[in-house]
Design a protein around this ligand. Structure first.
Ligand code: GLN
Length: 454
């Protein structure tokens, strides 16, 4: 804990930790010490972690990197963080992210962007998003692991951009209670760690049934670490032809081919598969996620949480709502609320929202068909490029940024587990990652396949 607190002090330039909690960390570390002395040593006893700002942490600023939650200190602890702390983990502070987890570069944060510890001679790079602070902090050794959340790739894309491991479990594996909602049917928490074994250990502490989240699954938590045998002989790995995107850098194709060869050498059978509705995944995601967000974000009204605008003479409650939301939300969040409200409106509901839901069902069925044919896991690139430069995608068409999520959003739409593992570097020495997608509830198997790739 002391080593991490020291490292954090020296790493302000990364802008990864947005609320530091050294006193709390030292108190928690002392408790962990006492537990060890008492002969009790739970899994994460004394392990210092960073917590994404999207998780409500009791008495500690939890702002989802938004101006509208300024000053918000929850009265409660999210289920995931309370389970981590019960397992002995130490909280070092809260981590930067895109505002309300909307973004792929951490540049929509009210705190300003986090910075990738990897850089080129002439460029500073994004750590990815939305869990950009989590990725930067783990990659720069400021903490041993961090929590992330993933609605359309926000654990896996930043993991790939910073050379770390990140798993999004099956939807329903982790409780969403106490995590600020973005798109409730897609949001899942997961660990971001240095390697697959750490991910398995941390995930075990994070998940489990929670009566406070009706979508959390009432299933026993398997021992994910025990699943890491490294033996994948006889497993069938699918390579989806639709993921060979036009214009994808040759380096990513080469990395993908290398991953395929590694799994084959380890005894897996490789098969070519088709996920025919892949091309509709991004448009469906960017209708469904904003629709759910526009509804979830309606609660920020200047009454219940955080920021309230100063009102002028004669301003009534409508002006209070309008001014508060105009001041409190950033540009990307406003864009999503407008898109979401539009696609849910009476005249356009069938044309957009309902159609996107049908597409989602077809995407889910693509995966079910492939799993029914005996495929155990699917191997794809995690991202279509290495980390891009800070500012490079801003001011551009927002759709350009959305395209970065092309390989990750299908997994959320289909509620499946997905993991990003660092597997190589590009010509500039920047990390690149591959993604493995698994069968529902088979995170143990998925982690083990990733372990063979590591
Ligand atoms: N980049 C995607 C978006 O902006 C995914 C974000 C996420 O997974 N939270 O919506």
């Amino acid at each position: 804990t002391e080593a991490c607190l020291g490292a954090i002090e020296g790493a302000d330039a990364l802008n990864a930790f947005v609320h530091k909690t050294p006193e709390i960390a030292r108190e928690m570390a002392a408790k962990a010490d006492a537990r060890i002395k008492a002969g009790e040593a739970p899994d994460l006893c004394g392990i210092p972690l960073g917590i994404k700002d999207l998780f409500c942490t009791k008495g500690v600023a939890s702002q989802a990197a938004s101006g509208i939650l300024e000053g918000f200190r929850p009265e409660y602890e999210s289920t995931v963080t309370s389970q981590l702390f019960d397992a002995g983990a130490v909280m070092l502070g809260k981590l930067n992210m895109d505002e309300f987890a909307m973004g792929s570069s951490n540049e929509t944060s009210v705190y300003g962007n986090a910075v990738n510890p990897w850089k080129t001679d002439d460029r500073q790079l994004t750590p990815g998003g939305s869990s950009g602070g989590s990725a930067a902090a783990v990659a720069a050794d400021l903490c041993l692991g961090a929590t992330g959340t993933d609605t359309g790739g926000s654990i896996r894309q930043p993991a790939a951009f910073t050379g770390i491991t990140g798993i999004k479990p099956t939807y329903g594996r982790c409780s969403r209670w106490g995590i600020v909602a973005f798109a409730s049917s897609l949001d899942q928490a997961g660990p971001m760690t240095k390697d697959v074994r750490d991910a398995a250990i941390m995930l075990r502490a994070m998940c489990g049934h929670d009566p406070k989240d009706s979508t959390s699954a009432d299933l026993a938590v398997p021992d994910f670490e025990a699943a890491l045998t490294g033996d994948i002989k006889g497993k069938t790995i699918g390579i989806p032809k639709e993921y060979h995107m036009d214009g994808m850098p040759a380096e990513i194709e080469a990395l993908w081919a290398e991953g395929r060869a590694m799994l084959q050498d380890a005894g897996a059978k490789i098969v070519d598969i088709s996920l025919p509705h892949t091309k509709y995944a991004l448009p469906a995601y960017y209708v469904i996620a904003p629709a759910e967000a526009s509804s979830n974000l309606a609660r920020y009204d200047g009454v219940r949480y955080g920021h309230r605008a100063k009102l002028g003479q004669g301003d009534g409650i409508t002006e209070m709502y309008e001014k508060t939301r105009a001041e409190g939300f950033g540009e990307e969040v406003k864009r999503r609320v407008m898109v979401g409200t539009y696609v849910l409106s009476a005249g356009f509901y069938d044309a957009y929202y309902n159609r996107a839901r049908k597409v989602r069902t077809l995407i889910k069925k693509d995966f079910e068909d492939v799993f029914a044919q005996g495929v155990d896991a699917i191997l794809t690139p995690a991202t279509p490029s290495a980390a891009f430069g800070l500012g490079e995608m801003q001011d551009a068409d927002p759709v350009k940024m959305y395209l970065n999520d092309v390989f990750t959003v299908t997994v959320n739409l289909a509620a499946l587990p997905g993991i990003a593992v660092p597997t190589g570097v590009d010509a500039q020495g920047l990390p690149l990652g591959l993604q493995l997608i698994g069968r529902p509830w088979e995170e143990g198997d998925l982690l083990n396949t990733a372990y063979a790739l590591e």
